[in-house]
Design a protein around this ligand. Structure first.
Ligand SMILES: Cc1cc2nc3c(=O)[nH]c(=O)nc-3n(C[C@H](O)[C@H](O)[C@H](O)COP(=O)(O)OP(=O)(O)OC[C@H]3O[C@@H](n4cnc5c(N)ncnc54)[C@H](O)[C@@H]3O)c2cc1C
Length: 306
């Protein structure tokens, strides 16, 4: 263990890598859970390649951390977190392009502003989703207006051996909140997005959808968005939030975690909660849903493996 810590610290000597051991990570997730761990921040593609080689030698696969809007961070993580802060010159968005080559660490909110300003058709699909572009592509994030996968043309990934792999996106690359091409340990570092035309009504559509979200979701609370995926089979879609509402779960609280009184599929950190409390309430709610409706709702939020 001491050897690994020393090696992680030694990575600080590589340009473009910053290692912070036992770092407070509470602010690194939108749920603001009590969390700490070793954080590796990477600010260039070359550094990312070198990092992958070094981590491979140590047989360490880090946890990739985007905006932390869809993952539960542990109180004391046993694996290091890898966070990208790749350079991005915002003037790149100064004009409309047919295709955009963007670093994975760019935030969707910056892209949404560009879409509102220019009426980019297709970009309304990610309205209001807090995310890094890499995290959104990994999750195939989406709303009632569609999924981000529909406007991704290609993705560049860093393999565990430090090689660059380009994935050209096809009709089977994504499904509901899921990608089918990122292999274990690979890091998305660049994404090519397309737009589907210019339509001035898109700006209003995005603004209206943002307002709707503001009214219907607890956006001022510390959450990870929807905790459970909706259940879908060939003939039906069961909305997890609706089923939780029927069970009267709104406001149900276990220690520092509360089922949102506003939207039952959101869980709010109302105290100084840690991942254990999230895991406890999730298990309880899942068991109740199974008992009452016979449906196993999977979590959409990525839970700790341990
Ligand atoms: C208030 C709120 C509302 C939300 N609404 C929606 C919504 O409407 N629709 C929706 O789909 N989601 C929604 N979410 C969830 C979340 O915003 C999305 O899942 C988003 O895509 C997560 O992006 P992120 O950068 O935070 O990724 P993280 O949460 O940091 O990571 C998510 C997963 O992606 C992996 N990952 C992240 N970056 C990379 C990378 N560069 N390479 C490889 N793997 C990577 C992580 O390891 C992890 O497994 C909401 C969340 C909040 C807090």
């Amino acid at each position: 263990m001491g050897g690994i810590i020393k090696t992680l610290e030694a990575l600080n000597s590589i340009a473009g890598i910053e290692v912070e051991l036992n770092h407070d990570l509470t602010k690194f997730s939108t749920m603001r859970l009590l969390a700490a761990g070793d954080l590796i921040t990477v600010s260039s593609v070359e550094a990312l390649a070198q990092l992958q080689i070094e981590l491979q030698k140590l047989k360490i696969t880090p946890i990739i951390l985007g905006l932390g809007a869809n993952q539960i961070l542990e109180k004391k993580a046993s694996k290091p977190y890898l966070h990208l802060e790749l350079p991005f010159d915002k003037s790149y968005l100064g004009k409309v392009r047919d295709a955009y080559t963007l670093p994975a660490s760019v935030s969707l909110s910056i892209l949404s502003s560009h879409a509102i300003k220019n009426g980019l058709l297709g970009w309304e699909v990610f309205t209001g989703i807090p995310a890094s572009l890499g995290g959104a592509v990994f999750m195939n994030a989406g709303t009632n207006l569609g999924e981000i996968g529909s406007i991704v043309k290609s993705v560049k990934l860093m393999t565990i051996n430090g090689d660059i792999r380009t994935e050209v996106i096809g009709s089977d690359s994504f499904s509901y909140r899921h990608n089918h091409f990122v292999k274990p340990g690979e890091v998305i570092f660049e994404v090519e997005l397309i737009q589907l035309g210019i339509d001035p009504s898109i700006s209003k559509k995005i603004k209206d959808y943002l307002e709707l979200r503001n009214r219907s979701q607890p956006l001022k609370e510390n959450t990870c968005g929807c905790m459970f995926k909706n259940f879908k089979d060939l003939s039906t879609t069961c909305l997890a939030g609706q089923f939780l509402d029927i069970l009267g779960m709104k406001g149900f609280t276990v220690n520092g975690i509360r089922v949102s009184p506003q939207h039952a599929n959101f869980m709010e950190n109302v105290g100084n909660a840690s991942h254990e409390e999230v895991v406890a309430i999730v298990k309880l709610v899942q068991a109740e849903l199974k008992l009452q409706f016979g449906i196993e709702f999977e979590t959409e939020v990525k839970m700790p493996k341990s």
